[in-house]
Design a protein around this ligand. Sequence first.
Ligand SMILES: Cc1cc2nc3c(=O)[nH]c(=O)nc-3n(C[C@H](O)[C@H](O)[C@H](O)COP(=O)(O)OP(=O)(O)OC[C@H]3O[C@@H](n4cnc5c(N)ncnc54)[C@H](O)[C@@H]3O)c2cc1C
Length: 464
Amino acid sequence: MSPADGPGQAMAGLSSSDGFEMVSGWGGTPVTASLVVHPTAPDELVKAGLDAGPRGVIARGLGRAYGDAAMNAGGLVVDATRVSGVLDLDPTSGVVRALGGTSLDDLMRVSIPQGWFPPVTPGTRFVTLGGAIASDVHGKDHHAAGTFGCHVRSMVLALPDGSTRALDPESTPEEFWATCGGMGLTGTVVEATVAFRPIETSRIAVDTDRAPDLDHLLAMLTEGEARYRYSVAWIDLLARGRQLGRSVLYQGDFAPAGAIGPGRDPLAFDPPSLVPAPPAPSGLVNRWTMRAFNELWFRKEPKRRRGELQTITRFFYPLDMLDHWNRLYGPKGFLQWQCLVPFGREDLLRSVIESLSQGHVASFLAVLKRFGPANPGPLSFPVPGWTLALDMPAGDPALARLLARLDRDVADAGGRVYLAKDSCLHPDLVPKMYARLDEWRAVRERLDPDRRLVSDLARRLRLL
Ligand SMILES: Cc1cc2nc3c(=O)[nH]c(=O)nc-3n(C[C@H](O)[C@H](O)[C@H](O)COP(=O)(O)OP(=O)(O)OC[C@H]3O[C@@H](n4cnc5c(N)ncnc54)[C@H](O)[C@@H]3O)c2cc1C
């Protein structure tokens, strides 16, 4: 967001840092202007929604949702990141209480040295607690741990009328689960209490395998499910023919204390400073540069390696090492598309990969994971199946038609796309993908009867 003064400055309760700003998702497209307020204390965050005009209000964390989930063109956006901090960490149970704007990075700097790791983490540590709950994020361990929401013990939600509600999965299950995955549209998370998992070291023992094609990959992921807590495959989407789906598979778990040599701090967590991504010319990411990149990545890994100790940053957050790597896609920005294909429809997964490969989609970030059971959240993305996620430069004129067809095929197969990553889904497909949408709407209506909570995503997909 880049600050610029605007008429909002005249509104009551605004501080000097509040005003009209340009806002976008992580993909950098589109960019729209909103009145953005920056509360710095929990009570300010709770009252922030009262300033919502006819275009409504939505909370925003660190802006890592790729599309328009944390955007509200012409309306009010509440930046929750300044209401942050760890309030309590029980060193014996690992239960952490923190404010909603606290980043996973900040949480880990406190928790890891005490032997506690977030129960679930997405592929970047620059997300807030509120953002992790609102998207009900998943990690490389969904088959073992479920989503982030599964580990939230309780939370305090601010409603747009200035009141708060305490939610937990036992006494308010409907509101709690409508909020986990509810994309900020049930209220703003002011604070939450989350059970972290114990670790003996901050290193992950990683097994690496190259899979020559899709069949081998799916077999290896299925076989490894019971043995590995974390698994993720990087797929070369430009490979075709017999090599279709060739991948590098990384699987592992935190190493035990004995794996770390003497004299080294087993729970050290000191991520390297971020290196800024260089300004990129338009078109840097294209099918030729990506083909070269993918070939190098595939070849750099051994066919098989066992027990390599990797740092948390390298294993979980390789992209975080480059600050604002999203700029590499140039001024036209990029899209992310993440789908879920149910088990038993591996034929569709293959045809999706074929379509992307034939469409020469230039992606250097295609990952495949295996999801376990769903949780009770009506809009929570993960359900049993395969999930494929990839980035694509937004400038490709053929992309809209390709993604429209893939979205339809995925919906017809009983699959869905991830709302936190979406930019171009057709609204008619949403009730098909998320069959419990009406159930969610009914709970949301109770929490926000005046429909003040709204985002560009909600308008585009007719969620409300
Ligand atoms: C490199 C990268 C890797 C990623 N990997 C994964 C992954 O592996 N798994 C995964 O699930 N996701 C992944 N994501 C997506 C990301 O985890 C989610 O989009 C997450 O919601 C971003 O959190 P944020 O704090 O940046 O929220 P924002 O992007 O600012 O907002 C996202 C949503 O959360 C809502 N929100 C934000 N703060 C609050 C609050 N305090 N109260 C209520 N609602 C709020 C917003 O309204 C919006 O709907 C990845 C994103 C990137 C950029």
